[in-house]
Design a protein around this ligand. Structure first.
Ligand code: ADP
Ligand code: MN
Ligand code: MN
Ligand code: MN
Ligand code: MN
Length: 359
């Protein structure tokens, strides 16, 4: 495959981007499909929109997104959040949507709905989440970007937070994504190059309640969309390369109001027993293919049993050293895989801490 035919010609596009739009706006409706990916399509609005409530529902062919059968394929898009669009700029917007079936029930892959209810029911706990999204860049040949065509790069060691040629791959995409997140108002907390070459991490948060899932999904959308222009593929696979190469996770940092107050360590420790009891239920929603990643090596715990520790990066859950020292703060659930759904993760954490939804 010739690379030049698949990389979009952004420079030519620039000429058209600043053409006046005669008062019309473009709204990019974005949703999560049945394969843990994002999809989107564009709608023209006849005026500027500043409140998600002004936006109409829309629909799409669910059978083309693994979300509905072909003989009953309409799935409805209900706008839940709007963000400024860093690609089209101006008054154009990105619209995050929930998916609903024709009978008025949430689509099977609409994990946001229950998550939002759990957050609402426990809003007085003021739950904060900060997620560390690891991911890997792939070339069009499916190999990690910048890796030699044959064989492997030098062993892991110089790449984590690496600086310099041969130590870091594709920083331009990472920078572009960072700017796009800031422009869109996504609460990106930082980025770093990861242990495996061509693997990176960005953090989102701390965000309260349902906001985390919304922001993280928008950050994922922006990453896929930015990488498109560079002809690079983003994978959230938890173990993209077998063997002595680090997998990719989605470390989930959690705190409640009680945990952040003086003496909050007690509240953190009280949750550890609850997490232990529901280890299997958590693992079930912590991503596909996580067993290949959670081997007990490469800074992971074994998937079979729960353990926690202070400053222990080989534990299922870590309490950061500075939190133990301060006697308050947050804990880090290190089990989720990079491809897990943030609504499912934050939802089950809430359920385990505070109980499920009433029927
Ligand atoms: P690590 O040392 O595990 O690599 P990072 O710095 O990558 O940690 O990520 C830690 C994340 O924890 C931050 O990005 C932030 O979003 C989140 N965080 C910080 N304080 C809190 C808190 N009180 N509650 C929840 N999340 C928090
Ligand atoms: Mn059509
Ligand atoms: Mn990190
Ligand atoms: Mn990391
Ligand atoms: Mn971490």
């Amino acid at each position: 495959m010739a690379e030049s035919t698949t990389i979009s010609n952004t420079e030519n596009l620039m000429k058209y981007l600043d053409l006046p739009q005669r008062g019309f706006c473009m709204a990019e409706y974005i949703w999560i499909d049945g394969t843990n990916g994002v999809r989107s399509k564009t709608k023209t609005l006849d005026k500027k929109c500043t409140d998600v409530k002004e936006l109409s529902e829309w629909n799409f062919d669910g059978s083309s997104c693994d979300q509905a059968p072909g003989d009953n394929s309409d799935v409805y898009l209900r706008p839940v959040r709007i963000f400024p669009d860093p690609f089209r700029r101006g008054d154009n917007i990105l619209v995050l949507c929930e998916c609903w079936d024709h009978d008025g029930s949430p689509n099977k892959f609409n994990y946001r709905h229950d998550c939002a209810r759990l957050m609402e029911a426990n809003a007085k706990q003021e739950p904060w989440f900060g997620l560390e999204q690891e991911y890997t860049l792939l070339g069009l040949d499916g190999r990690p970007y910048g890796w030699p065509k044959q064989g492997f790069p030098a062993p892991q060691g110089p790449y984590y937070c690496g600086v310099g040629t041969g130590k870091v791959y594709c920083r331009d995409i990472v920078e572009a994504h960072y700017k796009a997140c800031l422009y869109a108002g996504v609460k990106i907390a930082g980025v770093n190059a990861e242990v495996m070459p061509a693997q990176w991490e960005f953090q989102v948060g701390p965000c309260e309640g349902i906001d985390l899932g919304d922001q993280l999904w928008m950050a994922r959308f922006l990453l896929h969309r930015v990488a498109e222009e560079f002809g690079v593929v983003i994978t959230f696979s938890p173990k993209p390369i077998p063997g002595d190469w680090n997998g990719a996770g989605l470390h989930t940092n959690v705190s409640t109001k009680d945990m952040r107050e003086d003496g909050g360590l007690k509240a953190i420790e009280a949750v550890m027993g609850k997490l232990e009891k529901r280890h299997v239920e958590h693992i079930a929603v912590y991503g596909e293919g996580n067993a290949e990643r959670m081997t007990g090596q490469h800074e992971t715990a074994s998937m079979d049993k729960f353990n926690w520790g202070i400053a222990d990066r080989g534990a299922s859950v870590r309490i950061p050293r500075q939190c133990a020292a301060a006697g308050k703060g947050y804990f880090e659930d290190r089990r989720p895989a990079s491809n897990a759904d943030p609504y499912q993760i934050t939802g089950i954490v809430m359920e385990t801490m505070f109980g499920g939804l009433p029927d």
